[in-house]
Design a protein around this ligand. Structure first.
Ligand code: WTA
Length: 641
């Protein structure tokens, strides 16, 4: 973690950057005025007069104003004469391409919005969206926003059960999906997965099915309707619903420390303010930029920085459907060269994967158009940071390591590319207008050192709660330290005030930037009749950050086998989603427990990391742990060999 190097901004970048050094002092002097100024850049049907109303832990921003999110993303650019600007360059995995202008995107949004209205979907209804990375995904999201429906996007990697749970939690009335999608050359049969999910979702009245793969799908009469049929007679204009600033824009589920995912809720005006301000300042977005955020819209990064942030700023984005190694491992670099991408926003896992694949792939392409490189989702190690800077950025580009969460809605800690002298591996400083701190276990601020990351003041794009569970919202985020939002991450602050993010402090793993609760995987494992107990922990992984490692004990003291491990993996994949299946499964006659029967996860973490075992004095049966530690050691040795 000791990294003395600093990289100053390129003078050319500094000279024309939107954010100039005085921004920090100005925002700190009057944060409310700072945010209000950004909010005023939005298009309001009825302007706001109030800035923030804070009844801890519930915030209301710009609450007496009215607006529509889709109008802010689309109509106002068209009104400004920019309808012919490209909103998205769509790049299909198989090489099909399509440019979509702002005017065209609006027409598609309006037709779907009209179709949804005809089905009776109305403001406040929840609509689930389970789509591959095709243009229909932003269209569906914005069509919901147009009519005031609350969208709940479900990542395309989730299983039928996971879809049903999310639909049922918020009582969605409709599901928008596709026949299938393409991924690494394969067809994913999304509609078939939805059919399975929809067997257990009584609230769903309609399922709208887009066509991507043109494979035949089952269509249930009275419930399922083809997207094309729904919009066939619909006009391409649609009066937007005029929404209150605080009306809910979307729900997005994320893992907590229990097996039940939390439906994080975001409202309209504050969220749009946060994402448009951060997109403009952190990526220093200018009209001549070509921007590419590689995130899937199924996660918050896709919501904020593929859809709402860039569209509110009228940006031109690349939108890629598939995987980075299809057909070859240079697909991304080929895309960047072809579209002359100038801003790239991606995840450390991807960067480390490219490092492993070799420098020759990016080296084959002209990446000179790039000027800003972003990173998000996990801590980026200085080595990956330097590789990103040198091999992708050719030593010229600014790197912005951005820390934030589903809950924060927008980036919270990040360099500003025209200002910050950046140390590799640090997200550096809180975004202007935010009050972020590191505190010790008593809640006392740690000016230099390690502690819990907290946020002391409400911010516009903050979550407004957890769907249907205000107590859990209070208990999860606002109970640990008085008047502080608890992020759940550890952080170190150095002598210069820079923040170094250290990973989660709770039982949440971060695998390739995906947040996964240990308990979710555990409860999927014990669904198998043969499993007596399971304990799951993250193991440091050179590429994915962490890998899922499960300790499993079987009923009747039975022995495990590699066949059973494969079956359990397949079961978790089926019950939750492939990306949540454990990479390592270790069978053990017993799990290490305290005398009162609590699983000692700390020791399991020590075992998987090969660390000297921590304090074992409270352990009921010391033999269990010695044996596990020996076996883990053997496995590491054979892996290395
Ligand atoms: C982690 C993703 C270190 C962190 C936007 C956080 C990071 C969780 C960074 C949120 C970063 C995100 N450096 N860690 N730059 N960005 N994280 O909700 O643990 O999917 O709490 O939001 O990812 O994940 P989420």
């Amino acid at each position: 973690m000791h990294e003395p190097r600093r990289f100053p901004p390129h003078p050319e970048l500094s000279a024309r950057a939107h954010a100039q050094p005085d921004i920090y002092a100005k925002a700190a002097a009057d944060p409310e005025a700072f945010w209000a100024e950004w909010a005023q850049q939005l298009y309001w049907e009825k302007p706001f007069t109030q800035v923030v109303d804070w009844q801890e832990p519930f915030a209301r921003w710009f609450a007496d104003g009215q607006l529509n999110a889709s109008v802010n993303a689309l109509d106002r650019h068209i009104a400004a004469g920019k309808g012919q600007r490209i909103a998205y360059y769509f790049e299909g995995e198989r090489g099909d391409r399509r440019s979509v202008t702002y005017a065209e995107l609006l027409q598609e949004v309006c037709r779907l919005a009209n179709g949804m209205r005809k089905l009776g979907i109305t403001a406040g209804d929840r609509v689930a969206i389970y789509l591959p990375m095709i243009i229909e995904l932003p269209v569906a999201v914005l069509a919901c926003a147009r009519i005031g429906a609350i969208h709940s996007v479900i990542f395309g990697g989730f299983s039928a059960d996971a879809i049903a749970d999310r639909i049922n939690d918020s009582g969605c009335v409709a599901l928008i999906t596709a026949d299938g999608g393409y991924r690494r050359g394969n067809v994913l049969a999304l509609k078939a997965i939805c059919d399975e999910a929809l067997r257990n979702t009584p609230s769903i009245k309609h399922c709208i099915v887009a066509q991507r793969t043109h494979e035949p799908v089952h269509m249930q009469a009275g419930r399922d309707i083809a997207w094309s049929a729904l919009i066939a007679d619909q006009p391409d204009t649609c009066t937007p619903a005029v929404m209150d600033a605080e009306s809910l824009l979307f729900l997005l589920y994320t893992s907590g420390t229990t097996a039940k995912p939390k439906g994080i809720i975001h409202s309209t005006a504050g969220y749009l303010t946060g994402v448009s301000a951060t997109h403009k300042l952190i990526f220093d977005y200018h009209e001549d930029d070509i921007y590419w955020c590689t995130a899937d819209v199924g996660w918050i990064t896709g919501h904020s920085y593929v859809i709402y942030g860039p569209l509110c700023n009228g940006a031109t984005s690349v939108f890629y459907e598939g995987s980075p190694d299809f057909p070859e491992r240079d697909r991304w670099w080929e895309i960047i060269a072809r579209y002359k991408v100038s801003i790239l926003y991606t995840a450390p896992t991807a960067i480390r994967t490219f490092m492993k694949w070799g420098d020759e792939h990016p080296a084959r392409h002209d990446l000179a158009s790039l000027r800003i490189l972003g990173s998000v989702g996990e801590p980026i190690n200085p080595e990956a940071w330097m590789w990103y800077r040198e091999k992708i950025g050719n030593g010229r580009c600014a790197i912005v390591d951005t820390w934030w969460q589903t809950e924060t809605g927008a980036i919270m800690i990040s360099p500003l590319p025209g200002i910050t002298h950046t140390p590799p591996g640090s997200a550096t400083l809180p975004f202007p207008g935010l009050d972020i701190d590191v505190v010790d276990e008593h809640g006392t601020s740690v000016s230099e050192g390690v502690g819990y990351l907290v946020i002391r003041k409400p911010w516009p794009s903050m979550l407004r709660g957890i769907w249907g569970d205000p107590e859990r919202y209070q208990a999860t985020y606002w109970a640990r330290f008085p008047h502080c939002y608890l992020a759940g991450d550890g952080a170190r602050r150095d002598a210069e005030g820079h923040f170094w993010l250290l990973g989660r402090i709770d039982d949440v793993m971060n695998v390739s930037g995906h947040r996964i609760a240990t308990t979710e995987v555990e409860s999927a494992l014990i669904e198998d009749q043969r499993v007596a107990e399971a304990a799951v922990t993250g193991k440091t992984d050179a590429v994915t950050g962490q890998a899922i490692c499960a300790f499993v004990s079987l009923r009747g003291g039975a022995n495990g086998s590699s066949e059973l491990a494969a079956e359990l993996r397949a079961h978790v994949a089926h019950s939750l989603g492939k990306f949540m299946a454990p990479k390592y499964i270790m069978f053990t006659p017993e799990l290490p427990k305290t005398r009162s029967g609590k699983i000692m996860r700390r020791l399991l973490r020590d075992i998987v990391e090969g660390r000297t075992l921590g304090d074992t004095t409270t352990l009921a049966d010391a033999n269990v742990i010695t044996e596990l530690a020996q076996r883990a050691q053997q496995e590491r040795a054979s892996e290395a060999g």
